[in-house]
Design a protein around this ligand. Structure first.
Ligand code: ZN
Length: 423
């Protein structure tokens, strides 16, 4: 009998480790035991939940191993590798005694729900019991939620991308990484845009090499497994201990829900429409804010400092622009990941200029229009003036250096307006 093995929350922000690495070790041990591993899934769950691990990744293996063997190998591997000394690490392991073709509807629905909002542990425990799934928890076992969601993901999503992750030998974890920068840029160029977010060309920065203490040396993301493998193999670096090619929901916008602004709630990630109702302002720290309004509901939108040159796009918005915005709602603020300009304001109202002397007229009093005191000229009210816009209709996005894992890069295509991709 085949099985699906899923794990979550084995890593630690401070101490390293990575759930994807634990997944590759389970894969190797299953193969040593004579089982076939058909797929490794890397599932990014709801990015806004409060207890997220780094990037909030869960891993699911699709294997021919029977459930008893799967449980034994996976449990031993998590015992060996999970960062249990970190009190914020609460691993969970779920074994489903069936193949990927027969995932129950309730499990698929949980996979979808976990992408969009916080899921209660009680709902997970109920499904585990109904389906007679085996599970193992360490500490509080919060990882059970992401693990069950990773089993359901295969049933509820149909858009997938790929990532090859290259791992360092354990003795090098925590040491500075040695990856040849020129080889990364050259390899990235050969496969762009099938392979994306490897580098940030404008910022001249390598994006695929993490700065965290864990086992990952680099990760190459793209639309085809062959292309990500080719780029990965073309990179010159320190010795690689092992690699894993994951099927993943990264780069798909699976976290976004389309809702109206009045129906958008804190703690969710949304795609919503509105009109710019306050000029963008830059506050301390370099964060840029403006207000977006729809049907008498107003929310603040923010482009934070780490989004870098994206803030220049936001600063160029004007009152009256019609937008679609995407991002996480934290408190009452939408943290922008991308936006589309649907309608650009092409004119603005300005205080009239005196035709005689060229200076600005002054208000002649409430409802009295404008006049020039020196020349005696008059104007009935403000005048319409066309404005030069540096933005065009269509989609703008944060640069690769600032992209969250699950956000879809514009270069992947499939958007409903022209795109202005960041490379
Ligand atoms: Zn004048």
């Amino acid at each position: 009998m085949p099985s699906l093995i899923a794990i979550d929350d084995t890593d630690s922000r401070q101490r390293g480790m990575c759930t994807t690495y634990v997944g590759t070790q389970i894969r190797d041990r299953l193969r040593e035991a004579g089982s076939v591993v058909h797929r490794l899934l890397l599932i990014r769950c709801h990015p806004a939940i409060e207890h997220k691990t780094r990037g909030n990744a869960a891993v699911c293996l699709h294997t021919t191993a029977d459930p008893a063997l799967a449980r034994q190998i996976a449990k031993t591997t998590v015992d060996d590798l999970a960062e249990q000394e970190d009190p914020n690490t609460n691993p969970g392991l779920v074994i489903a005694p069936h193949g990927p073709e027969t995932i129950p509807e309730s499990v698929g629905q949980l996979g979808r729900a976990a992408m969009h909002r916080r899921v209660e542990r009680a709902r997970v425990d109920k499904i585990l019991s109904e389906q007679a799934y085996q599970s193992v928890t360490w500490d509080q076992g919060r990882g059970l939620i992401g693990a069950l969601a990773a089993i359901g993901a295969w049933e509820c999503w149909d858009e997938w991308t790929y990532e090859v992750l290259a791992y360092r030998p354990p003795e090098r974890w925590g040491q500075p990484r040695s990856v040849n920068r020129e080889s990364v840029f050259a390899a990235a160029e050969t496969a762009y845009p099938t392979v994306w977010d490897t580098v940030d060309r404008t910022a001249d920065e390598v994006v695929c090499v993490p700065h965290t203490p864990g086992p990952v040396l680099y990760g190459i993301r793209g639309d085809s497994p062959e292309a990500v493998r080719q780029v990965s193999e073309a990179i010159e670096s320190e010795p690689i201990a092992t690699t894993g090619c994951f099927i993943t929901n990264q780069g798909t916008d699976a976290h976004l829900q389309s809702v109206s602004l009045p129906n958008s709630t804190a703690g969710t990630c949304v795609r919503t429409n509105g009109t710019v109702t306050s000029p963008p302002t830059t506050r301390s720290g370099g964060h840029v804010f403006f207000e977006l309004t729809d049907q008498s509901t107003t929310r603040q939108c923010a482009a934070f400092e780490p989004t870098k040159r994206f803030r220049d796009r936001v600063r160029n918005l004007r009152v009256g622009d019609r937008l679609t915005v995407c991002g996480e709602i934290s408190e009452q603020t939408i943290k922008l990941e991308k936006f589309a300009i649907r309608k650009l304001t092409q004119t603005e109202l300005v205080v009239p200029t005196c035709p005689e002397c060229g200076r600005s007229m002054e208000s002649a009093g409430a409802g009295q229009g404008y006049r020039c005191r020196d020349c005696g000229t008059q104007a009935p009210g403000k005048e319409t003036q066309s404005v030069d816009r540096t933005l065009d209709r269509g989609w703008y996005e944060v640069p690769p250096v600032a992209r969250r894992h699950v956000a879809k890069p514009l270069v992947r295509g499939g958007f409903d307006a022209p795109v202005h991709p960041e490379q």
